[in-house]
Design a binder for this molecule. Sequence first.
Ligand code: RBF
Length: 345
Amino acid sequence: MKKYILVSVTILCALAIVSCTAKKEGTSAESVDIAVFVPGIVSGSPVYEMLVAGVEKAVAAAHAQGMNATVQVIEAGTQQAEWGTKMTSVAAEGRYELIISSNPAMPDIIDPVSRQFPSISFLIFDAFFEGNPQITTFRYNQREQAYLSGYMSALVSTSSMQFANADKKIGLVAGQEYPAMNGIILPSFLEGARAVDPAFTVDFRVVGNWYDAAKGAELARAMKTAGVDVIMPISGGANQGVLSAARDEGIYVAWFDDNGYARAPGLVISSSIMAQERLVSEKVAAFLDGTLAKGKPSTVGITGGYIGFVADDPLYIDTVPEALRLRMNELVRRLESGELVLESN
Ligand code: RBF
């Protein structure tokens, strides 16, 4: 009997050692492999530049804590019809535990793909989706973001600044039309402008893709001729064309998504930002440490600092007269304090 117990204990210990060793080896060799699926081209698109920077930041922090994680950035390019197939082949590699992407069209592309790969989690930023436990989305309050831009654009357009004209007309150049653009960004840009003067209209033009800088420049020049003195470009690589036309023709630019004052000093009069780099790095860190609430959509905005207006940049201070900046500060204060509430939808 005694011998039997002893043998059992020995076997148990042996099993424990094997399992401990196996686990230890597993942990040290185990790596969380992450793919960043960029639906477009990184360079020239603030949302995608911040996406990549945010993931890299979280992974660097994880490395500093001794965790093993890898990142692979995959540019899916501008042929949107190919994104679904490309996403399927990235998932089918079998390497990635987490695939990260960004833009409002991605959930509908990822939803059917995810079902074939139930062990992969997907984080999609700048998007909203419910009902798939593998897909976690984060959306920005772009009503706030575009309202801020419209307000500053109208302040500048009605000012005595060098390139402002008498027309109460501002412009928006979009890469393409999509529900968040037509239903939120464009109407909120107009709403913000009309809070300055109800006579404002928005000249809305569409490039048709997210890369054609020559078309961006051509649209901006035509808008100037039509009486537009401030343009908000949201067209990825085509923004470069809007900037060059702005320099050539003397047009003000309301930059969107990140701090754009240095892109055309003296002409960029506004930077309404989404804190995509910060949000991405926070959520990837939460995924890596197991605290992320998966499968749920969330919306972030000016409360919490995920939407904001860059008011402390010296280029902004040099370019925009103080009286206008003070009115802008007041709008930001009213939004931050909750005195003015703009619902996200
Ligand atoms: N924004 C960019 O800056 N670059 C892009 O290449 C880009 N591609 C997009 C593709 C689709 C299908 C959609 C719906 C949006 C795209 N956006 C792009 C817009 C982006 O998601 C976001 O709305 C804007 O950056 C404004 O915050």
